[in-house]
Ligand binder design. Structure first.
Ligand SMILES: NC(=O)c1ccc[n+]([C@@H]2O[C@H](COP(=O)([O-])OP(=O)(O)OC[C@H]3O[C@@H](n4cnc5c(N)ncnc54)[C@H](O)[C@@H]3O)[C@@H](O)[C@H]2O)c1
Ligand SMILES: [Zn+2]
Length: 706
């Protein structure tokens, strides 16, 4: 499973596929959480996925997607509410998960400001309330409106609802004429229990946790329902202001308290990382007895002038961070080990667990990665879990912060049932009985059944219709599986003959529950729309091992047409010939991918299926992207020395947006060196190599829009 591969060993192709997957998973999780108040994954899991997304983007900045979750705040306002645009954006917070992250946060800030920690004036540390944020606008002391965060710039108008909360004053005194008070709406544990008991007694929907209850209660179209729900509010921040509240965070929050707002008593001023961490531990100890949910501790630079200087990244302030509490663990029994067969034939073991609640979500399966992992060995033969193997019947510790699929963190050998035996990993495919050997250097066994293997066939079909491939509206993984079970679709070409077969008297589809004339004809229209398909999508959709969407693009650009590509791959069967050399020389391809491509096209069964598919389609030739508009597109740029107008990070981001590659060192491949004062060896090397060298001002002039 790609998600388990550590980021250092990810290839660009894996990274691209994973970023695509993460964009989808995180966007689904976001709308479930923020719009529907009904999360589908735990918060810890969400945080790990989001963090992984950030880490992969840091390693492969070129692959960052426009729909990446990294820069997104919350989710768009729901229908039904009127919308209000925030004068000052309501942002998210960066996360810290370890003491090291906290030290990095402090170091980053001091570096950015160019000062010592001792000159900073300290940080405030306060509980991170697990509710939803709300912005209350007061004009001349009167509550004018109340707005949820929404997507950070536009939120939902919940004024009538907010007026029912007793912690939200209608009128405040001695405040600036315009004041937006921001804070968290939450529900206390005791109120949550009472509400759920009442919901149960009335046969109404129960809430999974206090946060969902708070969000679901505030975001009611009928404010009378909100009135019945015991919501509370802590003020901890502000938005638009007609006059400053104070010069420090601590004093500003004290002023909010003086206006009559509840503020959190556990807020403390700390000098630096070690005091922050000490206060974090203290709050963590009190967590269970606070009476309301918190999910971490928020640290903020106390000096408001410094907060201003630090400013914001796209979706988070530089001057604050949320130090999250660690993910949760739980013990349960391993009831069985299932083997799943993937698109490329990989046999993946999955733990079937006695259901257990971990971090608020019921878990009933977990990934076991591969045969070595079950045996307690890593890829190099070293021990994992101190070498303890995992057996059916064992008590295992489930860890909920790994991935969409939870992991097994540990095994309790003491509780191992008598007579249990080590798990024997199958050497044949459980779906088609074909041999499933393990190739040297590969951690997984693979079914060799190819298209005769029903599991591989279904997985290939699911991939074929996925986002990034044919992406046919109304034909998702579930429908494909159903159609395959019914014998309607065996291979991709069958999708395109479905309508003809349906119309010549096959009534099964129409008779299926949920399928009428209308939905069938919508499906056929959606299928028809994809009969014309760009070459890279076609290639990617074939689901050939190692050929991801980045490689598909590169191959399409290189060969231009499907005909040329196929002829080249056919010729490349001869590994001594020029076609092979040409293929492995395509940027980003290499021998492994080329071998996989050649093998797929040379396999009689697969080739026949590909030919049947091509007969149904019109595959468009590749189009080269227009790079003419940017003066630095495709160029390799190095920045060195100190800059006055741009920070290094800004300069780098700008260059990358314009299609340049930014490198850290000067080499023969460098096109432009941008050197500020103090540029040392790099400037000299560039001069030696005859590389064009620009000052900061010249660079800014070069990239300025015409
Ligand atoms: N389970 C899911 O599927 C899912 C999906 C999306 C988000 N989430 C959860 O929400 C988080 C991301 O959402 P987010 O963008 O709201 O980020 P966040 O919750 O990590 O941080 C920002 C929010 O913290 C809140 N906050 C609470 N106390 C605060 C304080 N004292 N000072 C400042 N802010 C305070 C504010 O509402 C602010 O908007 C994730 O970390 C995850 O835990 C979960
Ligand atoms: Zn098989």
């Amino acid at each position: 499973m790609t998600a388990e591969i550590d980021i250092e060993s990810l290839t660009a192709l894996d990274a691209e596929a994973e970023l695509r997957r993460l964009a989808q998973v995180l966007s689904d999780a976001n709308s479930a959480y923020h719009t529907d108040d009904a999360p589908v994954i735990s918060d810890a899991e969400y945080d790990v996925l989001k963090r992984r997304n950030v880490a992969i983007e840091a390693r492969f900045p070129d692959l960052k997607r426009i729909d990446s979750a990294t820069d997104q705040v919350g989710a768009a306002p729901a229908d039904g509410f009127s919308k209000i645009t925030h004068d000052v954006a309501m942002l998210s917070l960066g996360n810290a998960f370890s003491d090291e992250d906290v030290a990095d946060f402090d170091a980053r800030i001091c570096k950015y400001l160019g000062i010592q920690n001792s000159a900073l004036g300290g940080y405030t540390a306060e509980p991170k309330i697990d509710g939803l944020s709300l912005s209350l606008r007061y004009e001349k002391g009167e509550l004018i409106h109340a707005v949820t965060r929404g997507d950070g710039s536009v939120g939902e108008n919940v004024t009538a609802n907010a007026r029912t909360i007793s912690d939200v004053p209608e009128r405040i005194k001695d405040a600036p004429d315009i004041l937006e008070v921001r804070g968290e709406v939450y529900m206390a544990h005791s109120d949550f229990e009472t509400l759920n008991a009442r919901q149960a007694a009335n046969g109404d929907k129960m809430f999974a946790n206090p946060r969902n209850a708070a969000a679901g209660s505030l975001r009611q179209l009928n404010a009378e329902i909100t009135r019945d729900r015991p919501l509370k509010f802590f003020a901890y921040a502000w938005g638009a202001l007609s006059a400053p509240l104070a010069t420090t965070q601590l004093e500003a929050v004290a002023r909010l308290a003086s206006f009559g707002f509840s503020t959190n008593p556990l807020t403390k001023l700390c000098a630096g990382p070690s005091e922050l961490i000490a206060h974090y531990s203290l709050i963590e100890q009190q967590r269970a007895s606070l009476g309301y949910d918190i999910d971490g501790v928020v640290y903020k630079v106390d000096d408001l002038a410094l907060q201003d200087r630090l400013g914001f990244r796209s979706s988070t302030p530089r001057w604050a961070i949320a130090h999250k509490f660690p993910a949760e663990l739980a013990w349960t029994r391993l009831e069985g080990i299932d083997i799943q067969v993937g698109r490329t034939g990989a046999l993946s073991p999955v733990a079937r667990l006695a259901p257990v609640t971990v971090g608020g979500v019921v878990v009933s399966n977990a990934t076991l990665h591969n045969e070595d992992y079950i045996a307690g060995k890593d890829a190099k033969g070293g021990d994992i879990r101190d070498g303890k193997d995992i057996r059916v019947g064992d008590w295992v510790q489930v860890y909920r912060a790994g991935d969409v699929i939870p992991k097994i963190a540990d095994v309790d050998i003491e509780k191992r049932p008598d007579g249990s035996v080590p798990f024997v990993f199958p050497t044949t495919c459980p779906e088609c009985d074909s041999d499933a050997p393990r190739e040297p250097g590969d951690a997984v066994r693979r079914c060799t059944g190819g298209l005769i293997c029903p599991a591989q066939r279904v997985e290939k079909l699911k991939h074929f219709v996925s986002r990034g491939a044919f992406d046919i509206d109304g034909l998702g993984a579930k429908q494909v599986e159903q159609f395959h079970t019914d014998g309607w679709i065996n291979e991709p070409s069958d999708i395109f003959t479905l309508q003809a077969r349906f119309e010549t008297g096959l009534q099964q589809l129409k008779n299926r529950e949920g399928w009428g004339d209308k939905s069938a004809s919508n499906l056929f229209d959606a299928i028809d729309e994809k009969r014309t398909i760009p070459l890279p999508k076609f290639l990617f959709a074939l689901g050939i091992r190692h050929v991801g969407d980045a490689a598909s693009n590169l191959l399409a650009l290189h060969y231009g047409t499907l005909k040329a590509l196929m002829a080249a791959v056919d010729d490349a069967v001869d590994q001594a010939g020029p076609a092979w050399d040409d293929l492995i020389d395509v940027d980003g391809v290499g021998a492994v991918m080329a071998g996989s491509l050649v093998a797929a096209f040379a396999n009689d069964h697969e080739r026949a299926a590909i030919d049947r598919l091509i007969a149904q389609l019109s595959v468009q030739d590749a189009q080269r992207p227009d790079t003419s508009s940017s003066p630095v597109s495709g160029k390799t740029v190095v920045f060195t020395g100190t800059f006055e107008q741009l920070t290094r990070a800004e300069a780098k981001a700008q260059a990358e947006r314009l299609g340049a590659k930014v490198s850290g060192s000067v080499s023969a491949k460098t096109d432009i060196l941008v050197a500020g004062p103090g540029a040392g060896s790099k400037a000299k090397k560039a001069a030696d190599l005859g590389i064009e060298t620009l000052t900061e001002a010249e660079w800014i002039a070069l990239i300025a829009p015409a």
